[in-house]
Design a protein around this ligand. Structure first.
Ligand code: 2PG
Ligand code: MG
Length: 431
């Protein structure tokens, strides 16, 4: 019998890392094993993302997810218990059909993604594989331990400071192993904290565990971070530690122009500004440098900067296979951010990874700013072999849970290679 039978599906409301409600699913298979999965939640969400179902009303300021929970415990439960399941794709296709909308707004992407993730875990267990190995086999790709991208300084929608850019990440690209990369990240994070204290700046944290000092110019943040890298004893650049930025430009885009550093930029001026930052600092990756609905700037920016940095579409692509396909055709970026809850199912997420690879794009797997202790994205990063994971700072339980899961995989599978894959399809055959 190669098909999976579920005997129970049950969801309940829990809290995420911001103290807002989200949901957890418990999915039981006929052999008596059960798997859980929890839905994360974004703050700087793209307009084209699959939609979370929230209750509105007065409880939890309208953010409750009891309606989404009830949908799992009734119609999704009925569906999953009604037949046997030959594959994850069959489960995800049935979930999409039951929902019946293009953006998962009837059942809620929060409900659908948690069920889909729990189902992927059930299929992995059913086939006797670890989740990351099952993902690697599903994609037909060699596994790889990713370079952790530690978001050490927060701004934008994730912090109360006046800094427009959302994320300043350090990537230990030159570390020889994953455990070394984690150590480098932790040491640099603490060196940064010490510098902030010495300068009398706040060491309060943003939503993803990075510091959120009262600074406003990206250059100030970049100076502090490069100094912290050096203070911790590391070199900047590909053989040491590089920087990845997520300006999340939707946040400072208003009516056709970008409000930054007290002035207004059009897309070409902002692109020139990034070019200056890339020349002055060891930046290797630039995510959402422009707004999702800036129709002309992306190909222009990628043509100018794409040979020097990874240009990552997050709100632009929202892990959507069709949007990534279009982005590849238009050369609107050269990389895609991968967040399962943006599209709603594991199968669609894996399809997006395949499309990215075939189109010569790199990919980076990502957490959300509202997280739980669920570590699915760590396994997804390893199984996809994409070489990059961002999961916030090397601090705060929900962020560290993903890095600790990477350490667990690295410990159990010491032969797995570590590091970047410069071109997504290059280098993969040999590992
Ligand atoms: C992002 C994410 C994760 P959010 O913009 O990349 O860091 O933030 O989950 O708030 O969309
Ligand atoms: Mg982003």
């Amino acid at each position: 019998m190669n098909e999976l039978t579920f005997t129970d599906v049950h969801a309940f409301q829990i809290l995420d890392s911001r103290g807002y409600p989200t949901l957890r699913v418990r999915l039981t298979s006929s052999n008596g094993t059960w798997e859980t999965a929890s839905a994360p939640s974004g703050a700087s969400t793209g307009a084209h993302e699959a939609v979370e179902l929230r209750d509105s009303g007065s409880l939890y300021s309208g953010r409750g997810v009891e309606t989404a929970v009830a949908g799992i415990n009734t119609s999704i439960r009925e569906l999953l218990l009604s037949r046997t399941w030959p594959s994850q794709r069959s489960v995800d296709t049935a979930l999409c059909e039951l929902d019946g909308t293009a953006d998962k707004s009837r059942l809620g992407a929060n409900a659908v993604v948690a069920v889909s993730m729990a189902s992927a875990r059930a299929f992995a267990t059913f086939s006797g594989q670890e989740l990351h190995a099952w993902i690697g086999n599903s994609l037909g790709q060699p596994e790889r331990l990713p370079v952790p991208h530690f978001n050490v300084l927060n701004g934008g929608a994730h912090a109360a400071n006046p800094l427009a850019f959302q994320e300043f990440m350090i990537a230990p690209t030159g570390a020889p192993t994953l455990p070394e990369a984690i150590r480098w990240g932790s040491e640099i994070y603490h060196a940064l904290g010490l510098t902030l204290r010495q300068k009398g700046l706040s060491t309060g944290l943003g939503d993803e565990g990075g510091y959120a000092p009262e600074i406003s110019r990206p250059e100030e943040a970049l100076e502090l971070i490069t100094a912290a890298i050096t203070d911790a004893g590391y070199v900047t650049g590909p053989s040491g530690v590089t920087i990845a930025l997520d300006p999340a430009a939707n946040y400072f885009y208003h009516e056709g122009s970008y409000d930054l550093n007290g002035r207004s930029y059009n897309p070409s001026q902002l692109t020139k500004y990034y070019e200056g930052l890339i020349s002055d600092y060891p930046i290797r990756s630039l995510e959402d440098p422009l707004a999702e609905d800036d129709p002309y700037g992306w190909p222009e920016l990628t043509a100018l900067l794409g040979s020097r940095v990874q240009v990552v579409g997050d709100d632009l692509f929202v892990t959507n296979p069709d949007r990534v396909r279009k982005g590849i055709q238009e050369a609107a970026a050269n990389s895609v951010l991968i967040k399962p809850n943006q599209i709603g199912t594991v199968t669609e997420t894996l399809d997006t990874l395949t499309i990215a690879e075939q189109g010569g794009f790199t990919a980076m797997v990502s957490h959300r700013s509202g997280e739980t202790e669920d570590t699915f994205v760590a396994d997804l990063a390893v199984g996809s072999g994409c070489g990059q994971l961002k999961s916030g700072a090397p601090a705060r339980g929900e962020r560290v849970a993903k890095y600790n899961r990477l350490l667990e995989i690295a410990d159990a599978f010491p032969a797995l290679p570590y590091g970047l894959v410069e071109k997504f399809s290059k280098d993969r055959g040999t590992s």
